[in-house]
Design a protein around this ligand. Sequence first.
Ligand code: ADP
Length: 165
Amino acid sequence: MNGIAIYPGSFDPLTLGHIDIIARASNLFDRLIVGIGINPSKEPFLHIADRLQNIEQAISEFPNVSVDTFDGLLVDFARRNESSVIVRGLRAVSDYEYEFRVASANRKLAPEIETVMLITKDEFSFLASSVVREVALLGGDYDRFVPSFVADTIRRRVETIDKRV
Ligand code: ADP
């Protein structure tokens, strides 16, 4: 497929499941822009600067992938970047309802933009940022879910939380 695609998400933290979607989408489009959505009403686990740096490191092996942050509407971010495709990942049936609603809303807002869903690889079907956060905060082993440099970022973050209590 031609053109520029956006892969939006929170990436809080970036997981191996996200990287698999990035790798596969980078093969489908001329350019892929990973968009970290900033949600002012939600306190994130990892600081936006850390997430940006982690993604920059992860995409260094993909020459046609870049990363940026955005607030406001996803379709406005896509339009600003002259992108006509939004890429999302689907894990289980439970993802479907949410993704269906968001894609339908986005189509109403921007009919020229298509949402493309990539189905997760089996080995990542259980993997979500929320699972990694929970395991990390409970002192479990999350190293197999994320690249080593993300694990380092998480470790530093958990240490600052532990120091507060
Ligand atoms: P959001 O808060 O927008 O859902 P996430 O960072 O949790 O952001 O996810 C971004 C996108 O990546 C979503 O489409 C999500 O379904 C997809 N995704 C997350 N984890 C996986 C995974 N393990 N396999 C495939 N897709 C995934």
